[in-house]
Design a protein around this ligand. Structure first.
Ligand SMILES: Cc1cc2nc3c(=O)[nH]c(=O)nc-3n(C[C@H](O)[C@H](O)[C@H](O)COP(=O)(O)OP(=O)(O)OC[C@H]3O[C@@H](n4cnc5c(N)ncnc54)[C@H](O)[C@@H]3O)c2cc1C
Length: 518
């Protein structure tokens, strides 16, 4: 017999199994010497008053308790002789598609423009320290994709619990901490992610798959309704039966290559804004009422949303105890994003604050056609770059000045390694974007007392929130409407918005391929 128990536990005792065991006995009115085993299957924090953990526990008396994750077994097959599937992009969508291939006896060939996770580090150092952006190897491009050197948050809006658990289990099998299976807000951290990604590559290769780095897809070979293959680095041709395109939201050249072949694309609404950085201690004080916070409490986070003139302004990819990083994918642009290490122990809390941008809004402002949103995104990133000194130093403003439209107060310390410089963001950002961000931040400060403070910086630009283009696909077959063997996938195609949803979309398109082969 297995029983389910919910308990409220003070942070002091959250890692104390004997304390939790006593609580279980009390709750279930068990005898002092009762024998049982238990497993925590869900853990969240309630910080509305005094912060405490809410945990869901399975208690077993005769048999050993098993969680949903324990019941999942994944068997990879030797796929060396299987039908080949060409996967473009080694991000979460591409790698999880490759794993799903070997689970089904298909042979994945992954083409990745960037370098392996280790070699990629050198290029990240070059961006951070010298402001040099390698267009093939940066915070978005390279093995593991945009998710590798990230915060590694693993949240998704998807309600498909079985699929979420399977994806998390795959990460655990490749080296992630088991806590991600139970945390309400699981995260890995960019010190742990590279090893996990390298392990995933080893699994793919050990089962007959192939991963080719430095393989920049520059063109496609289309014949009637078939993608016969791709051109790599403008010289080599690779043929394929099935092609999965998982190149992420920043592969602008891929969108242009498809457009040249008259492959149907659509402008997609996205969001743009700035990244805001507060001292983590201040956010802890607001969220937990504690400064310093108790040892067993993680750096606190927030999620804020507001409607300004019926348009959304919201926090995006909040990184507690994290760092702001330069996420440009080409020279001549300023793009920032956030990451954190597994311990989330930097003294800073950063978050994107962005506003939704619709097709209609940009259309009215004269941005037309499929590339309207992408052109706007690029224009903002380049304008902010041109205001600077040609390095990856980011334009910034004290939060109070940003709201008041002034340049008076000094900037605060920052986690952004290339450095910040004072800039009139209220003038540099498009008027309508600035106005909505300003109103949005003011409304956030009503929800979080102390959020509007001179201790915070505003840093531009947070522009790669999602893809500004969708590559449409048939909802049944998951192929592009014009092509019978071509599967747009992941965030770049507009079907995912984060590590986990991209990974699950990769699995989904392979399931569609398996179905088509059957
Ligand atoms: C700094 C940062 C922090 C982030 N933090 C989080 C987070 O904490 N949680 C979260 O859920 N999401 C986070 N994200 C977003 C998340 O990383 C993406 O949503 C996710 O990686 C999308 O997966 P994908 O596989 O669809 O595309 P990507 O991860 O973008 O992968 C695309 C891959 O395709 C390759 N590629 C592109 N063009 C070509 C070409 N022509 N030929 C061959 N290869 C090509 C790229 O090099 C890349 O490896 C973060 C992103 C960044 C940049």
């Amino acid at each position: 017999m297995v029983k389910e128990v919910q308990l409220k536990i003070s942070p002091t005792y959250i890692n104390d199994r004997s304390f939790i065991g006593e609580k279980i006995k009390k709750k279930l009115r068990l005898k002092k010497d009762a024998e049982f085993n238990f497993k925590i299957v869900k853990k969240s924090i309630d910080s509305r008053k005094e912060p405490f953990y809410l945990i869901k526990i399975l208690v077993g008396f005769k048999e050993e308790v098993k969680s949903d994750a324990d019941l999942i077994s994944i068997n990879y097959k030797d796929s060396a002789q299987g039908k080949s599937v060409l996967i473009i992009g080694a991000g979460p969508a591409g790698y999880f598609a490759a794993l799903e291939c070997i689970e089904n006896g298909l042979r994945p060939i992954v083409l990745e423009r960037g370098k392996d996770v280790q070699a990629r580090r050198r290029d990240l150092k070059a961006i951070q320290q010298d402001g040099i952006v390698n267009p093939h190897s940066n915070y978005c491009f390279g093995e593991g994709g945009a998710g590798t050197y990230s915060d590694g948050k693993l949240y998704t809006r998807s309600k498909k619990r079985g699929k979420i658990i399977k994806s998390l289990k795959i990460l655990v099998d490749h080296g992630a901490n088991e806590d991600i299976l139970i945390d309400a807000h699981p995260h890995i951290g960019s010190n742990k992610l590279p090893k996990i990604i390298a392990n995933i590559r080893k699994t793919i290769e050990a089962h007959g798959g192939e991963v080719r780095f430095g393989s920049y897809v520059t063109d496609f070979i289309f014949n009637n309704r078939i993608c016969e293959g791709v051109v790599i680095n403008d010289e080599e041709t690779v043929h394929a039966d099935k092609v999965i395109l998982a190149t992420g939201h920043s592969a602008r050249d891929i969108f242009h290559a498809l457009h040249r072949h008259n492959i149907h694309l659509e402008a997609k609404p996205f969001a743009i804004g700035i990244r805001i950085e507060h001292p983590q201690a201040l956010i802890d004080e607001i969220q937990y009422g504690q400064n310093p916070r108790e040892e067993n409490l993680p750096a606190s986070s927030y999620k804020l949303v507001s409607q300004i003139n019926n348009v959304g302004v919201f926090s995006f990819c909040m990184c507690p105890g994290g760092l702001i990083v330069p996420a440009a994918t080409a020279p001549g642009e300023i793009v920032v994003n956030g990451m954190s290490l597994s311990r989330r122990d930097s003294p800073f809390a950063n978050s994107g604050i962005v506003t939704a941008i619709s097709n209609e809004e940009l259309n009215q402002k004269g941005y037309k056609g499929v590339f309207a949103n992408l052109d706007f995104q690029k224009e903002v990133e380049q304008k902010l770059f041109q205001f600077g000194d040609g390095s990856q130093k980011a334009p910034a403003q004290n939060l109070i000045d940003f709201i008041n439209g002034k340049e008076m107060l000094a900037l605060n310390d920052t986690s952004y390694i290339p450095g910040l410089y004072q800039a009139p963001l209220h003038e540099l950002l498009p008027d309508f974007v600035y106005e909505r961000l300003k109103q949005g931040i003011l409304s956030f400060s009503l929800k979080m007392d102390g959020y509007f403070t001179d201790a915070a910086n505003v840093v531009a630009t947070e522009s790669r929130t999602s893809s500004p283009i969708r590559i449409p696909r048939n909802p049944e077959t998951l192929t592009h409407d014009q092509l019978d063997n071509f599967y747009p996938c992941g965030e770049g195609a507009g079907f995912a918005g984060g590590i986990l949803s991209a990974a699950m979309d990769g699995q989904r398109v392979v399931k569609a391929i398996v179905k088509s082969l059957a």
